[in-house]
Ligand binder design. Structure first.
Ligand code: NAD
Length: 478
């Protein structure tokens, strides 16, 4: 079994007195490897290395920084199948989706590298004669990236690539559930010419290592992806030093299906948006509001798809739609959520129990009809393959219920009427709306939650500029 070591200042370092975290395969319970549960001294060393490396990294022309990022993406592509197999083993992702994650990661790094020649400031006209005003975009300095377990490999790139291309250095803490892929990423980085200290990796638990990193006085931005509860804690901790935060948090994405929708398309897209990664994606379709005129027809189609889902150990079977949940707590949570939904009046259409598979944290793909406004199942993030459906009396009621939540990340609508679609777009209080398609964002878009789903966003030009600050220069040139 491998014991991984933190990657600090361009070297793998044995942590003194390291406590270890065992990483388990959620489908087999096999212990795959151990990673350090890093102490404050390791976090301090990683942040200090990033700080030392930052001025020279910022001075390097952006096009050279891009070249070094492309060395990393090339290494990822060389190892693409091995990396996907690691994600399958430690996260329980299906083989197909794990491969998509790795390939998307390499493309994402290249996409961010492309910005090297496109980063721009502004020149403004002054109120004074003989004066120009420049807005320069400068790196923030040292970034802390704290990652969840659900797209663990891609999230490294989503933090690292925009941070590095804009001249920041970074310290990453992966989730304690899925750190192996991050340590393997560090091994690839170590084979490139990336200067020491530009990228650092420390493993550990949230309450200790994560907290030490996000409350560190010498961090300029904490970019965090994870739950609302942890995001709140991180913001509280960062407040002590007035450190900036970028928070990508949970969601409770509504899918609205109008009476004129293509129901086959709607059912398939909602299904795909629910079972992807066993329902463990922030933008998964978490609740359906369907016009009562087509409720029966939609539920019938969804039930057929849910019942046909192939699931099991993704390490053993290549063409599954679902693997296990990440851990016992995630599976047990679903047991309670579904029991309470039924007690609150929902009808169980299919699924509804722990799957009959000897090993692994599997739960049956589950469809609940007749769900009620305000119930737990319609308001709290489920993060599993459980889809609740509620009938509504047309678009206005659907929009009102869709907005009646603390979350505001992703939403979707299915209709053949463009006017209805845009009425919804104008009224929905969400950062993203998908019209007649599944929920899956593009890297050139902007993935950002409103309300409790987060602060700031990621991807595209607007995500890139979150890693910069504006410096204004007034030049009196006479
Ligand atoms: P989590 O909040 O439990 O953990 C995320 C990370 O935070 C882990 O690395 C953990 O160690 C760390 N952490 C925990 N406590 C901490 C603390 N006190 N200080 C600093 N760090 C701490 O989330 P998770 O279970 O890994 O991920 C699932 C959640 O992430 C879901 O709610 C999902 O919706 C959300 N998510 C959001 C997006 C998005 O882009 N909006 C993407 C993926 C996942």
């Amino acid at each position: 079994m491998t014991d991984y070591q933190n990657y600090i200042d361009g070297r793998f370092v044995a942590a003194d007195h390291a406590q270890w975290i065992e990483v388990e395969n959620p489908a087999t319970h096999e212990v795959l490897a151990r990673v350090p549960d890093s102490d404050t001294a390791s976090v301090d060393a990683a942040v200090a290395a990033a700080r030392r490396a930052q001025p020279a990294w910022e001075k390097l022309p952006a096009i050279q920084r891009a070249g070094l990022l492309r060395q990393i993406s090339a290494k990822v592509r060389e190892q693409r199948t091995r990396l996907a197999a690691i994600i399958v083993a430690e996260q329980g992702k299906t083989q197909g989706l794990a491969q998509v994650e790795v390939d998307f990661t390499a493309d994402y790094i290249d996409y961010m590298a492309e910005w090297a020649r496109r980063l721009e400031g502004e020149v403004l006209s002054s109120d004074r004669a003989g004066e120009s005003i420049f807005l320069l975009r400068k790196p923030l300095g040292v970034v802390a990236g704290i990652l969840p377990w659900n797209f663990p490999f891609f999230l490294i790139a989503r933090k690292l690539a925009p941070a590095l291309i804009t001249g920041n250095t970074i310290v990453i803490k992966p989730s304690e559930e899925t750190p192996i892929n991050a340590y393997e990423f560090a091994r690839l980085v170590a084979e490139t010419e990336l200067p020491a200290g530009v990228f650092n990796l420390v493993g550990g638990r949230g309450a200790t290592t994560g907290s030490a990193l996000s409350t560190h006085r010498d961090i300029d931005l904490v970019t965090f992806t994870g739950s609302v509860a942890t995001g709140t804690r991180i913001m509280q901790g960062a407040a002590a030093n007035l450190t900036r935060v970028n928070l990508e948090l949970g969601g409770k994405a509504p899918a609205i299906v109008l009476a004129d929708a293509d129901l086959d398309l709607a059912a398939k897209a909602i299904y795909d948006s629910r079972v992807i990664n066993t329902g463990q994606v922030c933008n998964c379709a978490e609740r359906v509001y369907v016009d009562k005129k087509v409720e029966g027809a939609l539920v019938e189609r969804l039930a057929k798809l849910m019942k046909a889902t192939r699931y099991g150990d993704p390490g053993q079977t290549p063409d599954l739609e679902m693997g296990p949940l990440i851990n016992r707590a995630a599976r047990d949570k679903l047991v309670g959520v579904v029991e309470r939904a039924i007690a609150a009046g929902a009808q169980l259409v299919t699924g509804g129990k722990v799957a009959d598979i000897e090993q692994g944290w599997h739960y049956e793909p589950t469809l609940l009809a007749g769900c009620r406004s305000g119930s737990e199942i319609m308001t709290k993030e489920t993060f599993g393959p459980v889809l609740p459906v509620q009938a509504v009396d047309g678009l206005d009621e659907a929009i009102e219920l869709a907005n009646a939540t603390d979350y505001g990340l992703t939403s979707s609508i299915y209709t053949r009427d463009l006017a209805s679609a845009f009425r919804a777009v104008n009224a929905l209080k969400f950062g993203e709306t998908y019209i007649n398609r599944e929920n899956f964002e593009a890297m050139q878009g902007f993935h950002a939650g409103r309300k409790k789903s987060g602060i700031g966003g990621a991807d595209g030009k607007h995500g890139l500029y979150e890693f910069t600050e504006t410096h204004v220069v007034y030049l009196n040139h006479g």
